[in-house]
Design a protein around this ligand. Structure first.
Ligand code: AP5
Length: 186
């Protein structure tokens, strides 16, 4: 299965991808995780991305695409993949189609996790307390939600137009949501 997971910050993309990875036996590729690893390692890319991520804005399309091209150069994606956090705007959606078209590995399903804003805010506030992620403070969360509405929401229509979109209610227990996603992929 070659799929992208779409949803607002806190919608559960990372949580579900970690489980889907086991169920589907395909790698989980998270652009947020790749960027956080670069920040933690202090690479030139990480140094460039750090302040942008902390503010809640998007890192440049060029940087993220370069990182993704490198990741898609690995042989394990031949079995499929779960892409989490990419694409986040229409330019990224088109760039991804170009990249995957060249690799002859087009996206089969785009799964959108649908979660009410009140729930998103509750989950992110909970994680801020538990883990202290740098962009989970109220100001950055507000910015991330605005960026999602303005730039990422159009990507949902893009996949709907391409006939690959499935919408999944993203509230309930983690296991309930996983079962819904697996049913939607069948
Ligand atoms: P990224 O890491 O992708 O963050 P995000 O989209 O803001 O998503 P989150 O990780 O906050 O949420 P999630 O949907 O994965 O939910 P999770 O499972 O973690 O990106 C971070 C930043 O990197 C961006 O702001 C940007 O700067 C940059 N970036 C990344 N990709 C980029 C790109 N393509 N282009 C440009 N810049 C890019 O769950 C959240 C919390 O809720 C957790 O605590 C979890 O335990 C809890 N939870 C999950 N499911 C449930 C449930 N069912 N019930 C109760 N709690 C739950």
């Amino acid at each position: 299965m070659r799929m992208v997971l779409l949803g607002a910050p806190g919608s559960g993309k990372g949580t579900q991808a970690a489980l889907l990875k086991q169920s589907l036996a395909v790698p989980h590729i998270s652009t947020g995780e790749l960027l956080r690893a670069a920040v933690a390692a202090g690479t030139p890319l990480g140094l460039q991305a750090k302040a942008v991520m902390e503010s809640g804005a998007l890192v440049s399309d060029e940087i993220v695409l370069g990182m993704l091209e490198e990741r898609f150069g690995r042989a394990d994606i031949g079995s499929g993949f779960i892409l989490d956090g990419y694409p986040r705007n229409l330019a990224q959606a088109r760039a991804l189609d170009g990249l995957l078209g060249r690799l002859k590995l087009p996206v089969e399903k785009a799964v959108q996790l649908d979660v009410a804003e009140e729930t998103l805010l509750g989950r992110l506030a909970g994680r801020a307390k538990a883990e202290g992620r740098a962009d989970d403070n109220p100001e950055s969360v507000k910015k991330r939600l605005t960026v999602y509405q303005e730039q990422t929401a159009p990507v949902i229509d893009y996949y709907a137009e391409h006939g690959t979109l499935v919408r999944v209610p993203g509230e309930g227990t983690v296991d309930e949501i996983l079962a819904r996603i697996l049913a939607a992929l069948r």
